[in-house]
Design a protein around this ligand. Sequence first.
Ligand SMILES: [Zn+2]
Length: 98
Amino acid sequence: MSIKFAKRLVDKTGQKFGRLTANNYNYDSRMWECSCDCGNHISVNAQNLSNGRTKSCGCAKEEFRRERLKQMWKDGTLKAKGSPYLLSLINQWENHNE
Ligand SMILES: [Zn+2]
């Protein structure tokens, strides 16, 4: 690995990528050890980190999915296809709001 390339990688240390903060580059696995805003620690493929593919440990995706389901619940489109799992989730939200 050239010094220039190595320096470019090292320069990401401490940078934020979405919810992730690059802490340390592992040269053996070519993965960035990152900490997520939610407190999780994950290793991310260097390429996925720099091209913005990976922006969280997965929690952002989960939140996005929940928000979308909540919206569907609010506008009534969710009721028709409510599965027991979804209904239990909705019950949780409703209880939480009370
Ligand atoms: Zn997270």
